[in-house]
Ligand binder design. Structure first.
Ligand code: CMP
Length: 140
């Protein structure tokens, strides 16, 4: 199987609780490699642009407020089947439904403050990576 890249965010609830290293370890233990990483504090407008696909959802404003409430760590993860692998390691969106041992089962506080984001398909991975990183910043 070919190497694949996916986009990942360690969200404000996790950076606030100093969980960046613990979460990165979960990715690395699963065979994913961090090939780009930056810690940034999004504005609400930048968070809104990133999540614009959810603009009509009732939780959109709350989601954008939250994502701008503290720093995030934006990352590109590389590995075989990286998109599916990342979603497996993250666990279900709602931590109440997340399998034991997943990031969201261990660390997420609620469906909104769920510690991590990961791309859901190759097309979204490409768009999301390009929103945060230039090609020069991807170092495999
Ligand atoms: P994420 O994978 O980043 O994609 C969209 C996010 O919206 C999702 O994770 C959740 O954090 C958030 N979200 C989804 N459903 C709800 C909800 N019912 N209430 C608040 N936030 C939600």
């Amino acid at each position: 199987m070919a190497l694949e890249r996916t986009f990942s965010i360690i969200k404000p609830d996790a950076t606030r609780r100093n969980l960046t290293g613990a979460i990165v370890k979960k990715f690395e233990d699963a065979g994913l490699r961090v090939v780009a990483s930056k810690r940034i504090h999004l504005s609400k407008a930048q968070a809104g642009e990133f999540y614009k696909v959810h603009a009509e959802r009732p939780f959109y404003d709350e989601l954008c407020e939250f994502m701008a409430s503290a720093p995030i760590v934006a990352q590109v993860l590389e590995g075989e089947n990286a998109i599916a692998k990342n979603r497996e390691v993250m666990g279900a969106t709602n931590p109440a439904d997340a399998a034991a041992g997943t990031i969201r089962a261990e660390f997420a506080e609620s469906v909104g403050e769920n510690s991590v984001h990961g791309s859901d398909a190759p097309e979204t991975a490409e768009v999301e990576i390009a929103y945060f990183f230039s090609g020069l910043e991807l170092v495999g």
